[in-house]
Design a protein around this ligand. Structure first.
Ligand SMILES: [Mg+2]
Length: 200
């Protein structure tokens, strides 16, 4: 029986795609981690959905609005478009259990390390978690992916992503292996980072 589900790559945003800026919400403060757009493009070429999953508690804290988050994501897409790359979908969680804005004060299933955003993406993109990957700079990015049976990669690098050409495949275990290599090679891993390992 064929499995119509597909592998996907889940990427954290702040500190993974763009440089960490506390409560980033303005385009003028946005700066890519060098090589990140090219890494996204490479993942696009592998033919797997590239899905961003990001906590944005700045909304619950009253620092910015959901509209600002969406504008920033539109800007990222515009930037990526310049090199023919794309993020297939952005998922963000504006909630926090004990912050100022009542409307967003909630113990949300979507806030990482809870798996809500991943579960939603898995449904919407018919994702097979066992053939999928999550890359983030924090343990809390990786936990939900691990819980769902994905392969997890700690942040690929502290300062940049480096993408190397790899042979492409489009299905089955070969695809999984290629994707893993792409993710692994998408960064000069830190000494303390072990890409592709499962958390215990
Ligand atoms: Mg992060």
């Amino acid at each position: 029986m064929s499995d119509a589900r597909q592998p996907a790559v889940f990427l954290d945003r702040d500190g993974t795609l763009n440089k960490e800026v506390n409560y980033l919400h303005k385009v003028e403060n946005f700066e890519w981690v060098p090589g990140a757009p090219e890494a996204v493009k490479r993942l696009n070429e592998l033919g797997v959905p590239v899905l961003v999953v990001t906590n944005q508690s700045g909304v619950a804290r009253g620092y910015f609005e959901e509209e600002d988050v969406e504008q920033l994501h539109a800007f990222m897409e515009e930037e990526l478009g310049k090199i023919g790359a794309t993020i297939d979908a952005f998922y963000y969680c504006p909630y926090h259990p004990n912050r100022e804005v009542e409307e967003y004060r909630a113990l949300s299933h979507c806030r990482k390390p809870n798996p809500g955003m991943f579960e939603e993406a898995i449904r919407e993109w018919s994702v097979d978690p066992a053939r999928s990957f999550v890359v983030g700079d924090k343990h809390s990015d990786l936990l939900p992916g691990n819980e769902l049976g994905m392969t997890t990669a700690t942040r690929c690098t502290t300062t940049s992503w480096t993408v190397f050409p790899r042979p492409l495949t489009s299905s089955g275990e070969k695809s999984r292996a290629s994707t893993l290599r792409a993710v692994e090679s998408a960064g000069d891993a830190r000494d303390d980072a072990v890409p592709g390992t499962r958390l215990q």
